[in-house]
Ligand binder design. Structure first.
Ligand code: MSP
Length: 569
């Protein structure tokens, strides 16, 4: 049996409410998952919440409630949002789950027993207000710890450390080997150099901080006197784990990893079917957590190199070039946007207005502009006029004919630009002799370009393709003026051919947009009166059906219902 595609996202901190950055990541992972289902692959999508840690403890204290109660409230907000946004995950990873706790403790115990975790003394500057040790990086330009740290004192503390530094060379070799095999550990490619540079710095003292000590091993504990809201160390009840062994482990604990078995072949079939994963994460948590700590943790646990994950590292949504933050008061609330414009409008905007791996500026005006021009005016209009014409000229029946229409042709995304946009491993181009393409040429070529784009996680490019078909169809209508042909009985075959071309194009567009806009895709299929027995179900869309000629002769389509009502502001 083919292996399951296993996709995870970063788990979100439950110290405050979700914002559009969180929404972007969840939608992106959901789109990738839906794309694989579209290809007929089996998918397991895991996401969840990161519930332990200092910030949660502090927020709960401020609100005067126990941390359990505090995280339950915030978690509810995340779950409700994913529901509204149609994010369809297969399992939920909440780090307070006893199953997770057992796995984390089992891992820590094994590494401790194997001498990979040790106790040591840390001496350094400590911020009482922020409850953390400080590093030279935390000093301001004057070389001092600024007022934001409150009182800073010299402190000595015993903690537990995970041996990280000894794996530096292994990690460098691993990163290089994956790149060489054209299967980079980190996607997009440009992040590989950034990660490599960071790994090179392991052992450099300027890197030591609250997570590390001199020598760059990883501090994995906090005394309970400082932090009690965490998973207790199995070998010392005076400490809790802090924090990456807890957070990162969710990726394996929730799919059944058994820490008492040291080889992968001894793990359950359910685990082996899913692992390794594609981790969808933001650029801020690549270094050091996912790019350094995580592969070294897995390596130390005995995961062989071919059983290590891939990181898909996305960029950030900013506000006028600045980071979104509570203190700046510029946090964009996805719930408000959904209320105003609907979930699909937000999904479409977040997937289309950012390049993979890059940052983008969030703009409500752009959201409205793109929705109105690409969805309401182009695709929505196409559906409406196609079904209206079918009803008016052919009693809603489609008639297949041998006529192949060439009107509306255009030089569609030039092969060069497709080359640039897809990954170098997967060059795809349109036939070089067909710069001017008719509608059917376009449709015959686009699914394979769509696959190349989506396999490279270029979701915004994947959306440009159905848009191209839609624009092409609208041009075809303008050029052929069916309302004129309708007046001439000699043109009836041509008229039928036009309506069929448009309906068939809409069927294929629905398939190609279904990963990003599942509801709209169902809307199109419903109005085309197509595969009604699967209405609402994801199996309704299959990439292999995105080829010409699916709708049969004399198929009766439905009546038009506005799919994307224009947003008036
Ligand atoms: N809890 C950790 C991750 C642990 S994963 C084992 C965490 N949580 S977070 O809530 O701060 O961020 C969750 C995800 O949202 C991260 O991948 C982060 O990059 C992403 N984003 C947070 N703000 C973002 C934007 N403004 N834009 C896009 N993604 C952003 O980190």
């Amino acid at each position: 049996m083919a292996k399951t595609v296993f996709i995870t996202t970063a788990i979100d901190y439950t110290n405050s409410a979700p914002h559009i950055g969180h929404a972007y990541e969840k939608i992106l992972a959901d789109v990738i998952a839906r794309y694989h289902r579209l290809k007929g692959e089996s998918v397991f999508f895991l996401t969840g919440v990161d519930q332990h840690g200092q910030k949660v403890q502090q927020s709960a204290e401020r609100e005067g409630v126990p941390p359990e109660q505090f995280v339950a409230g915030v978690t509810e907000q995340f779950i409700a949002l994913w529901d509204k946004l149609d994010v369809r995950y297969d399992a939920w990873a909440a780090t307070t789950d006893p199953l997770h706790k057992k796995c984390v403790q089992g891992m820590l115990q094994r590494l401790f027993d194997e001498g990979k975790i040790y106790k040591d003394k840390q001496v350094g500057f400590y911020s009482v207000r922020q409850e953390q040790f400080l590093t030279d990086k935390d000093r301001n330009e004057a070389g001092e710890f600024g007022p934001e740290w409150g009182e800073v004192e010299q402190r000595e503390e015993e903690n537990y450390y995970f041996k990280l530094a000894e794996h530096k060379q292994w990690l460098l070799d691993f990163i290089d080997a994956r790149s060489k095999a054209n299967n980079p550990f980190v996607v997009p490619d440009f992040r590989v150099a950034e990660l490599r540079n960071a790994v090179e710095k392991i052992g450099d003292d300027s890197q030591s901080g609250s997570d590390r000590q001199s020598g760059s091993d990883l501090c994995i504990s906090r005394p309970k006197s400082r932090l009690s809201w965490g998973i207790e160390l199995p070998f010392d009840s005076d400490y809790v784990n802090y924090v990456w062994f807890d957070a990162l482990t969710n990726y394996i604990s929730f799919i059944g990893y058994d820490p008492t078995r040291s080889t992968i072949s001894d793990q359950s079939a359910a685990f082996r079917d899913k692992w390794p994963a594609l981790h969808v994460i933001g650029k801020d948590i690549m270094v050091p957590a996912h790019g350094i700590y995580w592969p070294i943790m897995l390596h130390a646990l005995g995961f062989p190199d071919d059983q290590l994950p891939t990181l898909l590292v996305h960029g950030w949504w900013n506000i006028s070039g600045a980071k979104m933050s509570k203190s700046l008061g510029n946090v964009v609330d996805p719930d408000l946007l959904i209320e105003k414009y609907g979930a699909e409008a937000l999904r479409y905007y977040l997937m289309s207005d950012i390049g993979m791996g890059k940052d983008a500026d969030f703009s409500e005006e752009r959201l409205v502009e793109r929705y109105n021009s690409e969805l309401a005016n182009s695709l929505g209009n196409l559906l409406n006029r196609t079904l209206s014409m079918a009803s008016k000229y052919a009693a809603s029946q489609l008639w297949t004919t041998a006529i192949r229409l060439n009107e509306g042709s255009k030089q569609i995304p030039a092969s060069e630009s497709i080359h640039v946009m897809t990954s170098p491993g997967q060059p795809v181009s349109l036939p070089s002799d067909s710069k001017e393409l008719g509608l059917r040429d376009l449709i015959e070529n686009l699914p394979k370009i769509y696959v190349a784009a989506m396999d490279s996680f270029l979701v915004s490019l994947g959306l440009v393709l159905p848009e191209e078909i839609s624009a092409h169809c609208n041009r075809l209508v303008e050029k052929t003026a069916p309302w004129k042909l309708a007046k001439d009985p000699g043109q009836i075959d041509r008229l039928h051919a036009i309506v069929y071309h448009l309906a068939e194009s809409l069927r294929i567009i629905a398939i190609l947009i279904s990963a990003v806009l599942p509801n709209a895709a169902h809307g199109i299929f419903d109005q085309l009166n197509w595969k009604m027995e699967l209405s609402g179900k994801e199996e309704r869309f299959r990439l292999e059906d995105a080829k010409w000629g699916g709708l049969p002769d004399r198929h009766v389509v439905g009546k038009p219902v506005p799919l994307f009502p224009r947003i008036e502001r």
